[in-house]
Design a protein around this ligand. Structure first.
Ligand code: ZN
Length: 333
């Protein structure tokens, strides 16, 4: 009971974190977002109508739930790979200025840019105006549409602006990246078919309303990336808890990392595996972690600035980059 009370207090303190203000060197700083360790999945029992708490299924999926679950894998996934420029896939993003303060918009943009700088295979163009209802290029429309959620991958709605909802309680960098990664095609780490080798699920502590969150999905394709206790896609230990006790725990010497405030190294690697390689049709194809380790750059999987592995070949480097020795560089550097 005492633990439950502490948990309620913790939840309340998170709510109070919204819109707080602090006095600092005579400058009033407005904090329009939650604590950086806040995790929206830990509070997801408040949300209804989403698959696994924060994935919105397309309308045609709702008519056939089994069908929609089968769609949640990398082979049938629609990726944001139809806008190739200079060897990089570009994703257009509109952060709705009606919904966010300047601070909030900056936090969202910074969290997304952080994914770009770290993965280096995908770029984001931030639109300063809302495109028309049938834009020639698909785009993500980030707005407050109630809770923290996204569709899985690119959908048929993307030319009208594919909704991705980030409400006040989602505005922490890792949370934002988590939801963006759903949009780019990432599933939850817990759904991996090999997860029982790394974590145990404590079913006695799970809310009845959270039964699909912990399902193993045989067709989640993690592209050979090891199970990752630091991933932004791994729930924190009290997700969907009905009593404040842990719902998942590690079964190995490694612990679930609750301190991280951004996506992990292996999250970035997985983005590379999904979006680095360009086929003859100018669309992406995915490769495995082993394939990546054996050959980081090739004519189809070109490397980015300052990446090693081009072996003297300019055509192994993206865009105008040239290979100097084994490194992709700007020609004027
Ligand atoms: Zn999620």
């Amino acid at each position: 009971m005492r633990f439950l009370f502490a948990y309620i207090l913790f939840t309340a303190s998170m709510a109070l974190a919204l819109h707080r203000e602090t006095q600092h060197d005579d400058v009033m700083i407005h904090h329009d977002y939650v604590d950086e360790h806040y995790d929206h999945h830990e509070e997801q029992h408040n949300w209804k109508g989403f698959y696994q708490g924060d994935i919105k299924l397309e309308e045609q999926d709702d008519e056939n739930f089994d069908q929609s679950i089968r769609r949640l894998n990398s082979n049938k996934l629609q990726k944001w790979d139809n806008n190739l420029q200079g060897g990089y896939f570009k994703v257009l993003v509109y952060i709705d200025t009606n919904d966010y303060t300047a601070n909030q918009a900056e936090l969202i943009e910074e969290a997304i840019k952080n994914l770009k700088y770290s993965a280096k295979v995908i770029k984001f163009d931030f639109l300063t105006w809302k495109p028309g209802n049938n834009n020639s290029r698909p785009y993500l429309h980030i707005q407050k549409a109630g809770g923290c959620w996204s569709y899985y991958g690119r959908t048929s709605t993307a030319h009208q602006g594919q909704t991705l909802s980030l409400d006040n309680e989602c505005l922490a960098r890792r949370n934002i990246q988590h939801v963006i990664l759903h949009a780019l095609g990432f599933a939850h780490e817990v759904n991996r078919s090999d997860r029982d080798e790394f974590i145990s699920i404590n079913y006695n502590n799970i809310l009845d309303s959270c039964n699909d969150e912990f399902a193993i999905m045989d067709d989640v394709n993690s592209l050979g990336v090891p199970f990752d206790y630091k991933s932004a896609m791994l729930y924190k230990p009290r997700t969907c808890s009905k009593n404040g006790q842990a719902t998942l725990s590690s079964t190995t010497g490694n612990q679930i990392d609750t301190s991280r405030t951004e996506a992990s190294w292996f999250d970035y690697i997985q983005l590379r595996l999904m979006y680095q390689c360009v086929g003859s049709n100018n669309r992406s194809f995915s490769r495995t972690y082993n394939q990546y380790r054996n050959q980081k750059c090739s004519t189809q999987c070109q490397c980015w600035k300052d990446a090693g592995g081009c072996k003297g070949r300019d055509d192994f480097c993206k865009g105008d980059l040239v290979c100097q020795g084994d490194w992709c560089k700007n020609p004027w550097d």
